[in-house]
Design a protein around this ligand. Structure first.
Ligand SMILES: [Fe+2]
Length: 313
């Protein structure tokens, strides 16, 4: 969580027992902006203490057995294949959840925020200086949209759509190297029971018609995503690549690790903004968060069981 970097906000926070709020919230309270009060700020901090203790200590955030193994353990070709297939099913079903979230948004701003993620996921490259530096019709390369070439910053507004920039296609490029074909990937028929359970929980909760349910699920999912599992996967893949003749293209994973690093702060600001503008039921928020994290945990423990089964053969 960020702390205020301005001395006057620091002392404002100290004097009003508001230490721990983000700078944006402190400033809004100090300016007397609508919805922002010292009392609500203190109530939020008490809520945050509960979130930290009851939600963010979920075992899938603090202790993911599968990614801990993946980071340092020996991984066979078959175990990697298995992982990529399950991940591709999740990656596709996530689009359904994200579309539901977009359609169920109750403000235009919320709808656009969801659409950013959805459009980027299917192949709209962020419109940023870095992404625009290469000429669009450059005949030199057919690799526009490849994960290692696109930035993690900017907006899809005015961004260019490229088939090759779909995150699913980034996964396909890894799959090809592993000897998997398109038809082996992505569809529900390839998902295990635990992968599909997770996907359906995402659609049910993250894509919920109820705004607060969707927000609670989103907060929990984003905290899971920011907890470091992408980095563990990257480390594991780098080690795997050292031992094989034809290394896997890792940009799908390095790109997501980069973008998640930027998200953590944003997630906290969003939660505070939500809190100052809506009535938040503390118990329901934490319950929903735990439910979706149980879904996340099912996905990873399914993978863990599979990798053990493969190792035992
Ligand atoms: Fe993605």
């Amino acid at each position: 969580m960020s702390v205020a970097t301005h001395p006057e906000l620091d002392s404002f926070a100290r004097n009003n027992a508001l230490d721990g709020l983000t700078e944006a919230s402190l400033r809004a309270i100090a300016d007397g902006r609508e919805g922002y009060s010292i009392e609500t700020g203190r109530r939020f901090l008490a809520f945050q203490t509960r979130i930290d203790a009851e939600l963010l200590r979920h075992p899938i955030i603090t202790n993911n057995t599968y990614t801990a193994w993946f980071e340092h353990g020996h991984k066979s070709h078959e175990q990697i294949m298995n992982f990529i297939v399950q991940f591709s099913v999740f990656s596709n079903q996530f689009l359904v959840a994200q579309l539901q979230k977009t359609l169920n948004a109750d403000t235009l701003e919320g709808m656009r925020a969801s659409k950013e993620i959805l459009a980027n996921e299917i192949g709209v490259v962020f419109n940023s200086a870095a992404n625009n530096s290469a000429p669009i019709d450059d005949p030199e390369t057919e690799r526009h949209g490849d994960a290692e070439l696109v930035s993690t910053e900017g907006t899809v507004d005015g961004g260019v759509f490229r088939f090759r920039a779909a995150h699913f296609e980034w996964l396909l490029r890894i799959a090809e190297k592993l000897g998997l074909a398109f038809e082996d990937m992505g569809r529900r028929v390839h998902g295990t029971e635990s992968t599909l359970f997770f996907c359906d929980e995402l659609i049910r909760l993250y894509g919920s018609e109820d705004y607060m349910t969707a927000q609670a699920a989103s907060y929990a999912v984003e905290n899971w995503a920011a907890a470091g599992f992408w980095d563990e996967l990257v480390t594991g893949f780098v080690a795997y690549n050292e031992g094989v003749e034809s290394p896997l293209p890792l940009a799908f994973f390095t790109w997501h690790a980069r973008i998640e690093g930027q998200h953590a702060q944003h997630t906290q600001e969003e939660l505070e903004e939500l809190y100052f503008h809506r009535e938040v039921d503390h118990d329901a928020f934490i319950e929903t968060g735990k439910e979706i994290l149980d879904g996340v945990a099912a996905f990873w423990s399914g993978l863990d069981e599979q990798r053990r089964r493969i190792a035992a053969i």
